[in-house]
Design a protein around this ligand. Structure first.
Ligand code: NCD
Length: 314
């Protein structure tokens, strides 16, 4: 049985295969409309979410499957003190696959070890968010026609921004990419991400606090929100929250073929006027995320047949 906790759980071949499946789903949605008939996805979200949860649920419905949902920790037994392990053991009795979001780093791994069915990490604290990266990869491939030889600027909260950690993990495995890490001093990329992704793969990178100085060099600009919920005090958040605001003025300095990305939700980081710019890709990312989650669910359930195994054990 296969879970996806980190983007490195998927090989480059599998990533490419998922993107090919997503493209095929986009081209021939009818061919996939019954593929998960009789299967159930449980979404266990212990942190706020709009896109990721609805995207998983829409993905399962569009494959002909069903969805069971626990929307918030407050309404589940976690509020009574139940452990993540016990919760997922229980949910494994009802569902064929689980998508889980949790505020603690490592919670998804704990869940995967305890579960009887595949677990997909839909975000674990400030650690990682592999399915957002699937959305990002398809968006980059569709916009730029390739995933290698790109200069990628990641901007904002690189310390707590889990989407950035997973994206850097993935893009560091394609040849010829380089990164410009744009953040305030206090929100720099954690050294474990630099070590495990950038240094390990010999990826060139540089760090700066100045977006305008580097925007003209970029093929991709990946903006992020300052992660208020991970701060220890509100004062620091208020001081740092508007460190970067992408405006039409700043976009004038960017290349004509720049792709502006953002995992969303946006707070102030991109002015709404930029939405009209053809280089803005963040709402395309949302749609691509649904197709990639469809492809991932298909891959995990076709490989495993979780329900079958559960029945065989019974
Ligand atoms: C991101 C997340 O949850 O990490 N949202 C998402 O899933 N698209 C980004 C964020 O919350 O800033």
């Amino acid at each position: 049985m296969r879970s996806v906790i980190d983007i490195s759980d998927l090989s480059l071949r599998e990533l490419d295969g998922l993107m090919d499946t997503a493209e095929d789903i986009i081209a021939r949605p009818g061919a996939y409309a019954e593929r998960m008939r009789g299967k159930k996805l449980a979404t266990l979200f212990f942190e706020p979410s709009t896109r990721t949860r609805l995207s998983f649920e829409a993905a399962m419905y569009e494959l002909g499957g069903n969805v069971l949902s626990v929307a918030g920790a407050g309404s589940s037994s976690a509020a009574k003190g139940e452990s993540v392990a016990d919760t997922v053991k229980t949910v494994s009795c009802y569902a064929d696959i689980i998508a889980m979001r949790h505020p603690k780093e490592g919670a998804a791994l704990v869940a995967a070890r305890a579960a009887e069915v595949p677990v997909i990490n839909a975000g674990d604290g400030g650690h990682c968010h592999p399915t957002q990266t699937l959305a990002d990869l398809l968006t980059i491939r569709r916009e730029k026609g390739r995933l290698d030889g790109l200069t990628i600027g990641v901007c904002g909260d690189l310390k707590f921004g889990r989407t950035v950690h997973s994206l850097i993990g993935a893009m560091s495995r394609y040849p010829g990419n380089r990164f410009i890490l744009i953040s305030p001093e206090e929100l720099k990329l954690p050294s474990y991400v630099k070590g495990e992704a950038l240094k390990k793969n010999g990826i060139p990178y540089r760090q700066t606090t100045d977006l305008e100085e580097v925007i003209g060099e970029l093929d991709i600009l990946y903006m992020t929100r300052v992660q208020r919920e991970r701060f220890f005090n509100e004062e620091d958040y208020l001081r740092l929250k508007d460190s970067y605001i992408l405006t039409p003025e700043k976009m004038k300095k960017a290349r004509a073929d720049l792709a502006v990305m953002h995992p969303l939700p946006r707070v102030n980081e991109i002015s709404v006027q930029v939405d009209e710019d053809p280089r803005a890709c963040y709402f395309k990312q949302v749609l691509n995320g649904k197709y990639m989650r469809m492809a991932l669910i298909l891959m995990l359930l076709q490989e495993g047949g979780a329900a079958g195994r559960r029945e065989a054990r019974a």
